[in-house]
Design a protein around this ligand. Structure first.
Ligand SMILES: Cc1cc2nc3c(=O)[nH]c(=O)nc-3n(C[C@H](O)[C@H](O)[C@H](O)COP(=O)(O)OP(=O)(O)OC[C@H]3O[C@@H](n4cnc5c(N)ncnc54)[C@H](O)[C@@H]3O)c2cc1C
Length: 381
């Protein structure tokens, strides 16, 4: 089905993203996996092309596109190449950047935004802790008043861009008695004394991106490092989660669609019983179902992209897009593996790696169960 949300300037922008990826990333993406690192050259290159500053005002080095479809184009093109790229870029440019644009003072904007737009300051966000990620309001990292400043103690885990990041937005408890209303966001410079990183975590999929534990031991931050309101962190996170979930949904669909198209080609080439395996009725019907499933999901996600572009996307619709797209993605990729037979289980085949890369999308950014919990509550249950 022809998509109708993108106009000529989005498609021209898409071509520039594709050209950048073909030139700089596609030939090197396996090295990224080996080193478990998206190299800084990627970030600097993407910054020069304007792919990191879509949310950032021009005076601070960005382009302030003001149209979420440009973000969606980058997410789609990255996901088509590799899911780790979409996720690491998403955290930096589509998730943390909006916090630093919308919740900061002029002084903070000057301090952080030019480096975020250029790729010199790589960002992460630390919400999840070893004791739990779903129940954000129960987080244990504390920030305690100390004179004019704050002392941070605690730890985070599973933090994307955590191992190589320069600035991490950390959620910490500032008013222990207030539960959700006692959490504050701090932008932590990772060169600050008291900040240490744990292991580069060994993930089942997405080996290209660095995911890390972070530790804070008597780390000093000041009021000038607070992002948004004191004790307002939980509300800020809730306000920003719809964009994070939409980013995930866009990438989920683009990734699955790319692999499905590659699988269709494979089934036209691969022979069994004297015919291309795709022409066997079971496989033909299976492929028909998967293309239908992807396109129907894509239509919903596109509708969410347009709603968000107009500033109308609700948290509940974003939750529906997130859980449904990750479910569809995982189902489609599982069938793609099956259609590749034994080759589908070999790491040298992209389909096998994509299948592993996709699994986490049902877990992160709020697990699918949490998405259904939110939707259920909205139904009055
Ligand atoms: C590769 C990767 C990258 C990540 N990147 C980041 C990042 O950059 N920043 C960050 O802060 N976090 C990040 N996360 C963390 C991620 O968001 C959490 O893993 C996720 O929110 C789930 O939290 P948890 O792992 O603590 O699981 P838990 O909260 O312990 O949940 C365990 C299981 O119980 C289920 N469950 C929990 N509560 C309920 C409920 N009320 N009803 C029904 N089921 C429930 C969950 O759905 C899950 O299936 C990342 C995770 C991974 C794996």
């Amino acid at each position: 089905m022809k998509r109708d949300i993108y106009e000529d300037d989005h498609e021209a922008f898409r071509e520039s993203v594709k050209a950048f990826l073909d030139r700089t990333v596609v030939p090197n993406v396996d090295d990224y996996a080996e080193n478990k690192q998206i190299p800084r050259e990627f970030w600097i290159g993407a910054g020069k092309q304007g792919f990191l500053g879509l949310e950032i005002p021009e005076e601070f080095g960005g382009s302030a596109a003001g149209d979420y479809r440009f973000n969606a184009v980058v997410a789609e093109e990255l996901a088509k190449v590799n899911m780790s790229l979409a996720s690491s870029w998403g955290i930096h440019a589509d998730i943390v950047a909006p916090y630093l644009v919308h919740l900061t003072t002029d002084e903070q904007k000057k301090r952080w935004l030019p480096g975020v737009a250029s790729g010199e300051i790589l960002c992460g966000i630390g919400m999840t802790e070893p004791s739990g990620g779903s129940d954000l309001a129960a987080l244990k990292t504390t920030a305690t008043r100390d004179g004019d400043g704050w002392v941070l103690n605690g730890s985070k885990t599973f933090i994307t861009n955590g191992y190589y990041g320069d600035l991490i937005v950390v959620a910490a408890r500032t008013s222990p008695e207030k539960k959700a209303r006692g959490i504050t966001l701090f932008a932590v410079d990772t060169t600050t004394e008291g900040f240490t990183r744990g292991r580069k975590l060994d993930k089942v999929g997405q080996p290209q991106s660095d995911t890390s534990e972070l530790f804070f031991e008597n780390l000093h931050v000041t009021d000038d490092d607070i992002v948004g309101e004191l004790d307002g962190g939980f509300i800020h996170m809730m306000q920003n989660l719809p964009q994070e979930r939409l980013n995930c949904a866009v990438a989920n669909i683009a990734h699955a669609k790319q692999i499905l198209e590659e699988t269709l080609d494979y089934t036209k080439q691969r022979q069994a019983f004297g015919t291309a395996i795709g022409t066997l009725q079971h496989n033909k019907f299976l492929l028909a179902e998967q293309f239908t499933s992807i396109e129907v999901a894509e239509a919903y996600v596109d509708k969410c992209v347009m709603a968000h572009t107009r500033g109308e996307l609700t948290a509940i619709d974003a939750a529906k897009a997130k859980w449904w797209s990750s479910q569809v993605q995982n189902e489609v990729l599982d069938h793609c593996v099956q259609l590749h037979g034994g080759y589908g289980f070999m790491n040298e085949y992209r389909v096998a790696r994509a299948w592993k890369d996709a699994r986490v999308t049902k877990i992160w950014a709020g697990s699918n169960e949490i998405m259904k919990e939110l939707i259920g509550r909205d139904l009055g249950l």
